[in-house]
Write a new protein. Structure first.
Length: 609
C-alpha cells in the first residue's frame, strides 16, 4: 500500500464529508421554508399584517380528534409563538353570471359568462396553505359537507370530502361556551400551526372553495378588514367602533327564548349586534335616480328580495334619517331586475350599457354629495338579486357593501364585506307567507326531491344519475304546470331532503323554499356563499354536496343518521323566521336580517381614524 497518498486521501474524505454536511444543511433549511408553518396565509394576504401568537397544540403526526374540531376546521387551542401573516385584497369584481334559474331565460346571454375569473379563484390557484385545512379532516370520523349551490367550476376528483358533524358545533371565532373577546387577541384559527404537508399545494387542481375555507376567509376579514380609513373623521365612526367593542365582548347567552343557539356561529355576538342595530343604526337614502330603475320594487317572483327590501327600507321610520351626518350607512335603492327590463337590448348579448349606467349614477352621486368620497363608498350599500348584479356593480361600486343573490366567490363576492341576499320566490305580494310549513318528519316518504329546468351544467348531471332511476330519489325536469304550483310544493313538503342545484348562476330560490316548507336543504352549487353567512351556522341545518359528488348523492344522504336528520329538520323550522317577508317588518325577519348583515359587516370593516 502506498502510504504516501494517505494524507491526500484523508483530505479528500474530509472535504467530501464537509460537502455532504453543507448539502444536508441546505436541504433542511430549504425544506423548512417550504413547509407552510410561518406564513400559512401569505398567498392570501398582501397589505397589512396580522400577528398570531401560537404554538401547535397537535404534535407531528397527530391527527386531531373530533373534540378538537370546530365545524370543518381544526381549533388551534394553544398559541404561543408569533407568526406574521401578510394581508391583501382578496376578491375583485370581474363579470356577472347568467340570467335564469327556474324559468326560460328571456334574454339569450348565456355566452356572456365565458372566461370568468376573479380574485377568489386566483386565491385558490395561488395554492394558499388554506387548502390544507381540509386535508387534516380526511382521516377523521367527521364527514364534510361541502358548499355548493349555484356557481363555480366543478371540483376535480379527490379534492375534498363530505362531512357530517357528529355533534353540535359552532364555526365562529369563539366557542359558544366562552365569553367572546376582542378578535385580534383571542383568535382561534384552525389548522394554521401544523398543517398537513401537501407537496401539490403550490399547484392546486381545483377552483372550488370549501365551506371551511369560507369560514376562514370570514374570520380573516374580521381580524384584518380591507376597507381604508375615511378621509376625514365623523362621530358615526366612533359609534361604530363602540358597537364593535360591544359585540366582541358580548355577555355570554346560555338560553334565549327567541334564538335557537345551534343555528348561529355565536348567538351572543349576534344578539348583542342586533340590539345595537335596533338602538343605533341610521340610514340615509339617496333621493336621486329616476323610476323604475330606482325607488321602485317588484314584489313577486324570484327577484322579489331586492324589491321587498327597497320598499320596506324606504318606508322605515325607525332606521331612516334625513340628516346624512347622522347616518352610519347610505342606501342606493336600485333594482337590478328593473335595470335589465328597462335598458337591456334584446339579443344584443351585451350588458355594457347597464354597467355604464350604474357607473354614471355613482359618479353623479360622488360629484353631488361628499358622503361617497369620505369613505370611497365603504359605508354605502345596495341590494340586487338579478344574476347580472355582480357585473352591474363592479368597478368603484364594488367598494359598497353589496347584498347580492348571486353570491358567487368565482365572480368577486367578497366574504366579510358583501352580503348574500336570500333568493325568495314570492308568489303573492299580498300574502308572502301563504302556504309555508310542511309535513312531519315521519310523514315524509321521499328521500330527496328536485324539479326544474335543465339550466347550466349541474342539473343535467343530476338528472343523468338520478332521474327516474330510484323510487326514493324524485329527480325530475320541469313538472307539468298546476295552478299554484301545488305539485312542486307538495313534493317539497313531503321530502326529507330538497335538492338545491345551481342553474346558470349559483343562487336558487329552492334554498329558501326548502326552509319555508321545512325540508332540509341539500345545496349543490360550488363557491356559493349562503345567506346571512356572517351569523348563521349553515352546516347545522343544511347539507353541502360538491358538484363532482352528484353520483354519490344518495349514499351521502343515507349516511346521515336518522337522529342527525331529525335535529337538522328541527333547526330548519327554527331558522325559518329569518327568511320570512312581512308587509310590516317583524323582529328577526328577512328584512331585519338583511339589514343586520349589512350593519354587521360595516361594523367589522370600520377602522379608527
Amino acid at each position: 500500500m502506498d502510504h504516501g497518498h494517505r494524507p491526500k486521501y484523508r483530505m479528500e474524505t474530509r472535504r467530501l464529508l464537509w460537502l455532504l454536511g453543507v448539502t444536508f444543511a441546505v436541504v433542511m433549511v430549504f425544506q423548512h421554508f417550504e413547509l407552510p408553518y410561518g406564513s400559512v396565509l401569505s398567498s392570501l394576504l398582501s397589505t397589512g399584517k396580522v400577528s398570531f401568537q401560537g404554538k401547535s397544540s397537535f404534535p407531528a403526526g397527530h391527527e386531531p380528534s373530533n373534540s378538537e374540531l370546530i365545524g370543518n376546521t381544526t381549533l388551534l387551542n394553544d398559541l404561543n409563538s408569533t407568526k406574521t401573516i401578510e394581508a391583501s385584497d382578496l376578491m375583485k369584481e370581474t363579470d356577472g353570471g347568467n340570467d335564469g334559474n327556474d324559468r326560460v331565460p328571456k334574454n339569450d346571454v348565456v355566452s356572456e359568462t365565458k372566461g370568468r375569473s376573479n380574485g377568489a379563484s386566483e386565491f385558490v390557484n395561488q395554492g394558499s396553505s388554506l387548502g390544507n385545512l381540509e386535508e387534516q379532516n380526511k382521516n377523521s370520523s367527521l364527514v364534510k359537507f361541502e358548499n355548493s349551490e349555484n356557481g363555480g367550476a366543478l371540483e376535480k376528483p379527490g379534492e375534498a370530502e363530505h362531512s357530517i358533524s357528529s355533534k353540535n358545533v359552532t364555526t365562529d371565532m369563539h366557542t359558544e361556551d366562552e365569553k367572546p373577546g376582542p378578535l385580534q387577541s383571542n383568535l382561534t384559527l384552525s389548522n394554521y400551526s401544523s398543517p398537513v404537508v401537501n407537496k401539490r399545494s403550490e399547484t392546486p387542481t381545483s377552483e372550488v372553495m370549501s365551506i371551511s375555507r369560507m369560514n376562514s376567509l370570514l374570520l380573516l376579514s374580521r381580524v384584518s378588514p380591507q376597507s381604508a380609513a375615511p378621509q376625514w373623521s365623523s362621530p358615526v365612526d366612533q359609534e361604530l367602533l363602540y358597537a364593535k367593542a360591544q359585540i366582541e365582548n358580548a355577555p355570554n347567552i346560555k338560553n334565549d327564548a327567541e334564538l335557537y343557539r345551534p343555528l348561529y356561529r355565536n348567538v351572543s355576538m349576534f344578539k348583542r349586534s342586533y340590539e345595537l342595530m335596533e338602538n343605533m343604526l341610521k340610514v340615509y337614502i339617496y333621493k336621486e335616480g329616476e323610476k323604475p330603475i330606482f325607488h321602485e320594487s317588484i314584489l313577486e317572483g324570484i327577484y322579489s328580495s331586492e324589491g321587498w327590501f327597497i320598499k320596506l327600507m324606504e318606508a322605515s321610520k325607525h332606521f331612516v334619517t334625513e340628516d346624512p351626518t347622522r347616518a352610519h350607512l347610505f342606501f342606493l335603492p336600485f333594482s337590478s331586475r328593473l335595470l335589465e327590463l328597462t335598458l337591456y337590448v334584446h339579443n344584443s348579448h351585451s350588458r355594457s350599457n347597464l354597467i355604464e349606467y350604474m357607473k354614471n349614477h355613482v359618479e353623479m352621486l360622488a360629484a353631488t354629495h361628499p358622503f361617497w368620497n369620505r369613505t370611497g363608498g365603504a359605508d354605502h350599500f345596495l341590494t340586487a338579486c338579478h344574476d347580472w348584479a355582480p357585473a352591474e356593480t363592479r368597478g368603484r361600486i364594488a367598494n359598497c357593501l353589496r347584498a347580492l343573490c348571486n353570491a358567487d366567490l368565482q365572480i368577486g363576492f367578497d366574504i366579510g364585506k358583501d352580503v348574500s341576499l336570500p333568493t325568495t320566490y314570492v308568489r303573492s305580494s299580498e300574502n308572502p307567507l301563504k302556504g309555508i310549513g310542511g309535513e312531519l318528519p315521519s310523514e315524509r316518504p321521499i328521500l330527496a326531491f328536485f324539479a326544474g329546468y335543465m339550466h347550466g351544467k349541474v342539473r343535467p348531471v343530476l338528472l343523468k344519475y338520478w332521474g327516474n332511476k330510484d323510487p326514493n330519489m324524485k329527480i325530475f325536469t320541469r313538472l307539468p304546470p298546476v295552478k299554484g304550483n301545488k305539485n312542486y310544493i307538495q313534493h317539497m313538503k313531503s321530502s326529507k331532503y330538497c335538492i338545491c342545484a345551481r342553474g346558470f348562476a349559483v343562487h336558487s330560490p329552492r334554498v329558501v323554499e326548502s326552509i319555508l316548507y321545512e325540508c332540509v336543504p341539500v345545496i349543490i352549487s360550488d363557491n356559493y356563499v349562503p345567506p346571512f353567512f356572517e351569523v348563521l351556522n349553515w352546516e347545522s341545518f343544511a347539507v353541502f354536496v360538491l358538484e363532482k359528488d352528484i353520483p354519490d348523492l344518495k349514499n351521502i344522504l343515507l349516511s346521515i343518521p336518522e337522529e342527525k336528520y331529525l335535529e337538522m329538520q328541527k333547526r330548519v323550522k327554527e331558522v325559518q323566521q329569518h327568511f320570512l317577508w312581512h308587509a310590516e317588518p317583524v323582529k328577526y325577519d328577512s328584512f331585519h336580517m338583511i339589514l343586520h348583515s349589512i350593519w354587521y359587516n360595516r361594523v367589522f370593516q370600520v377602522r379608527p381614524t
